[in-house]
Design a protein around this ligand. Structure first.
Ligand code: GLN
Length: 489
């Protein structure tokens, strides 16, 4: 078996047992990137020199008997909205095309401290707004399972890189589904942790009350491994939770006897295709065969989540993106004689793509005087009701099982002219962000040769239980062993 086919966990063992050097591993992944990247287009920036230099350094440390950390020598693709010191961090936007971050994001520091090697910066929808990675200002990323289809988004580059074996691990961010939905489309494992578990310091903000960073991997154990590295308190993010961390790897016991799996009926409506509900219901049966018990639950506010999200997220975005004014960050457009207003509007017209401009307009409107109460403040109230629905559901069960996305990956261009259809791709993931809960997506079937995702939602800070359930399911099935063929179907 070649090194690129191994999981991150297996790679760390390989290094520990001195069967491979960090340099050999990095070289194999860089070679893979050379072979397939032209077809997949997962990366905005590949970092061959930096990665090789770092691998050599880690090898030297190994030779002198040092411990290089739990991710020692493992390459990672980092979504291009996480700041990396001295390297370009673009957010896949013209606005930040030449922005070089002056510091590392907290998660990037954590990766380095645990021995991981950043191999490249992954493509995404501009400012993480989108569900297909077609909103990247540079190029769309392709789904390794069918190069004519989208990988999902906004973390489509991170996910395609992992599915195409260009990196064993990736970091994404998830505001309304941007880790889980592409994971479902690309047959990967994707996890959004509890809001506050992973520091957002150095994450370029989209909607700060919803954004969360999380792992994208090819199996559940790797998700636990990567979560262990990135989770934990950081005083530079005021929403960061200060509590001792559990050991996520040791949660993977394989035992789910007596686990109560809630099945919220509203998540099987809203345009969810029959083949998706069938695959997810079969997965729930499998969990029951393994000793879990299924309980029907009802969450009546689910149908309002999408509309509420599209008030709250754009409102926060309009405020967060006000900083791109041509003065401090990124692009500046002005002609001699322009006043500040002219410079500002030229800069923002040239720097932001259509979807980003659209959201800034919606958000500015929703926050403006006279409309604030009707939109923003009402949306916050509905958000509370959504959270209460989850609280009630978790009185009856330990995890919730739902589809991750209502369909399999769609064709490139199929929804670019229909923003509403595009937004429906997130109906099953958005409620989870509204409530701040952790959730994981993992492969549970194929339809026409394309992956289907199962979403397991956990109670606040109960990452261990969803990891345990996901792992038990994975061990009892073969879906995670299927690999993308990198062809056009
Ligand atoms: N697709 C959703 C949106 O466009 C969610 C994006 C995300 O999670 N970053 O807003």
């Amino acid at each position: 078996m070649s090194l690129i086919e191994l999981s991150a966990y297996q790679l760390t063992q390989q290094i520990k047992n001195k069967k491979s050097s960090c340099r050999e591993i990095v070289d194999e992944f860089l070679e893979r990137i050379d072979d397939v990247e032209e077809r997949v287009k997962a990366f905005v920036t590949v970092l061959p020199e930096e990665a090789r230099r770092r691998a050599d350094l880690l090898d030297k440390r190994l030779q002198s008997g040092e411990d290089i950390g739990p991710l020692g020598g493992v390459p990672v693709a980092v979504k291009d909205l996480l700041c990396t010191r001295g390297l370009r961090t673009t957010c896949s936007s013209r606005m930040l095309e030449n922005f070089v971050a002056p510091y590392d994001a907290h998660v990037v520091e954590r990766l380095a401290a645990d021995g991981a090697i950043t191999i490249g910066k992954a493509n995404m929808d501009e400012f993480a707004m989108g569900s297909s990675t077609e909103n990247s200002a540079f190029f769309p990323t392709r789904n390794p399972w069918d190069l004519g289809r989208v990988p999902g988004g906004s973390s489509g580059g991170s996910t395609a890189a992992v599915a195409a074996l260009e990196a064993p691990l990736a970091l994404g961010s998830d505001t309304g589904g941007s880790i889980r939905q592409p994971a479902a489309y690309c047959g990967c494992v994707g996890m959004k942790p509890t809001y506050g578990l992973v520091s957002r310091y150095g994450l370029i903000a989209f909607a700060s009350s919803l954004d969360q960073i999380g792992p994208v991997t090819n199996d559940v154990r790797d998700a636990a491994l990567l979560l262990q590295t990135i989770a934990g308190h950081d005083r530079r993010d005021t929403t960061s939770i200060n509590r001792p961390l559990p050991d996520y790897l040791s949660a993977l016991t394989g035992d789910i006897k007596g686990l109560r799996v809630g099945v919220p009926r509203e998540f099987f409506a809203q345009g969810v295709e029959g083949y998706v509900s069938d695959a997810v219901r079969k997965a729930i049966d499998k969990l029951c065969e393994l000793g879990a018990e299924a309980v029907e639950v009802s969450m009546p506010t689910t149908e309002y989540a999408l509309a509420t999200y599209y008030i709250i997220a754009p409102s926060e975005a309009s405020s967060n993106l006000a900083r791109y004014d041509g003065v401090q960050y990124g692009l500046r457009r002005h002609e001699p004689g322009d006043d500040i207003i002219a410079m500002l509007s030229k800069t923002r017209a040239a720097g932001f793509g259509h979807e980003v401009q659209h959201r800034i307009l919606i958000g500015t409107h929703a926050l403006s005087s006279g409309f604030y109460d009707a939109y923003y403040s009402k949306a916050q109230k509905v958000r509370t009701l959504i959270r209460r629905d989850f609280e009630k559901a978790f009185e009856q069960c330990d995890v919730l099982a739902t589809p991750t996305a209502p369909t399999v990956a769609f064709e490139l261009g199929a929804k670019t002219d229909d923003p509403f259809a595009m937004k429906l791709a997130d109906v099953c993931t958005i409620p989870v962000n509204m409530a701040g809960l952790p959730a994981i997506s993992l492969p549970c079937g194929l339809h026409d040769g394309l992956p289907i995702g199962l979403q397991l939602i956990g109670n606040l800070l109960d990452e261990s239980t969803i990891l345990r359930a996901a792992h038990a399911y994975e061990q009892a099935t073969e879906w995670h062993k299927q690999r993308a063929e990198l062809t056009k179907k």
